[in-house]
Design a protein around this ligand. Sequence first.
Ligand SMILES: [Zn+2]
Length: 127
Amino acid sequence: MKVECPICGYTSATELESNTSVPSLIGGSVPRKFKYIHCEKCKEDTCIDSEYDEKFDRAYWMHSARSAHSLIDRINKSGTSNVCIERVLEIPFGTLDRWRLGQVTPEAIALLRIIEKCPGVLEEMDK
Ligand SMILES: [Zn+2]
């Protein structure tokens, strides 16, 4: 499809779609599709479809929420119980169960990742 280049105004730029996959910080990857304009005249590529970014953000977040379940399982298997985490962090009893069920925030995922990678952090906080 021929469109106008938003950079130089060339009227025979090409609208294209790209499929890629973005690695997740917590493992695996999330597919991402976006539209862009490629200009043969100025050689610029311009991303044009923010709706695709919203879809990606949602997909990325769903991936993270599902991962909370396996993240908590790994922490539990390494010997740290949910009750211990909740007590040391002074968060309400049952919080990790809710996180495990997907009612989790990006901040909670970040916290769980810290606990998994640095298990001694709970002991330090408990002193
Ligand atoms: Zn151009």
